[in-house]
Design a binder for this molecule. Structure first.
Ligand SMILES: CCCCCCCCCCCCCCCC(=O)SCCNC(=O)CCNC(=O)[C@H](O)C(C)(C)COP(=O)(O)OP(=O)(O)OC[C@H]1O[C@@H](n2cnc3c(N)ncnc32)[C@H](O)[C@@H]1OP(=O)(O)O
Ligand SMILES: CCCCCCCC/C=C\CCCCCCCC(=O)OC[C@@H](O)COP(=O)(O)O
Length: 252
């Protein structure tokens, strides 16, 4: 019998190894098929990553996929619990959608390469000015290139079963580009995954894509309200999906 700590370390190491090896094998395929950095590579990456869940006994129950069917670009916002989220992301990711990621991810070897090839937008979280500049550029290009952008508005991983306060970048982006915000909520992982308790078993994750929130006519003055509105809706949904109905009531 392995101790829980060893068992946890082995499973996480296997996940990282799977990411590193698959990235190294998938990168040449992306280069051959699409020739370089483009969102089209996400289709290839998605196909590979969607097989990972079987190695870990994870199941996804998805609702509301029809809410992605908006005309043109959109900002998608979702909760971010762990590096495992990458599997849940690929499970629902619509076509022509790139993510915003921290620039440190570029330096993770083959994983960094595949993330680069997939068209992920890198930001420096330590510099609000430079992050704002990158996001302003994205607001322009997402309309001309017709891409959706996926942002984790908590700005970092958070596996507490609740949401961290939202950063405003995603909502500024939506208002600047005048495109809808589509919230996506994943149920809490705490019953099957908790690094502090060395817990990582098989489990079921409920995912809900919520109806788009329009931003037509909103200005930068409305960004705080929009942020609050998304936060409250997502928090209620998180508690409902994770089975804490009383907390959901409190926050409404
Ligand atoms: C085959 C195998 C494959 C294996 C492998 C594949 C993997 C393939 C998938 C990869 C998937 C990657 C997934 C990565 C996931 C992460 O890396 S998550 C971490 C990185 N992401 C983020 O941080 C996004 C969310 N953060 C934000 O949007 C933040 O707002 C920013 C833009 C970073 C700024 O940060 P901040 O300064 O800390 O935040 P904030 O308090 O919001 O802003 C400060 C002020 O600036 C204002 N402001 C903010 N943004 C703006 C703006 N754009 N315009 C004007 N004003 C603004 C705010 O309103 C605020 O002012 P006040 O309202 O308080 O007066
Ligand atoms: C030559 C250097 C080789 C280094 C090898 C590093 C191996 C990395 C292996 C596997 C990583 C797989 C993770 C897939 C990408 C998931 C992205 C992600 O979830 O990043 C975390 C970020 O959102 C938030 O960061 P913080 O919570 O603020 O921190």
């Amino acid at each position: 019998e392995l101790s829980p700590a060893v068992n946890f370390a082995l499973r996480i190491s296997f996940y990282c190894l799977l990411c590193v090896v698959s990235s190294a094998l998938t990168a040449p395929v992306c280069l051959l098929v699409n020739g370089g950095r483009t969102v089209k590579n996400m289709r290839i990456i998605k196909t590979v990553v969607k097989t990972f869940k079987y190695f870990f006994g994870l199941r996804f129950e998805v609702k509301g996929l029809e809410n992605f069917k908006v005309e043109g670009p959109a900002i998608i916002v979702s909760n971010h619990q762990s590096i495992l989220d990458m599997m849940g992301l690929m499970e629902v990711l619509p076509d022509d959608c790139v993510q915003v990621g921290k620039k440190e991810l570029m330096y993770t070897g083959s994983v960094g390469l595949i993330i680069y090839l997939g068209g992920v937008i890198f930001i420096n979280r330590k510099s609000t000015t430079s992050a704002k500049m990158v996001m302003a550029e994205v607001a322009k290009t997402m309309t001309t290139e017709n891409v959706k952008v996926w942002v984790y508005p908590e700005g970092t991983r958070n596996c507490t079963g609740d949401l961290l306060p939202f950063k405003k970048g995603a909502f500024h982006l939506a208002v600047q580009a005048q495109v809808p915000v589509i919230p996506v909520v994943y149920s809490s992982f705490t019953t099957f995954y908790n690094p502090k308790k060395n817990l990582f078993t098989s489990g079921k994750i409920k995912v809900e894509v919520l109806p788009p929130i329009e931003t037509k006519g909103l200005t930068s003055d409305d960004v705080s309200d929009l942020t609050d509105r998304c936060f409250r809706t997502m928090r209620e949904t998180l508690f409902r999906l994770s089975g804490h109905p009383s907390e959901a009531k409190e926050s409404s």
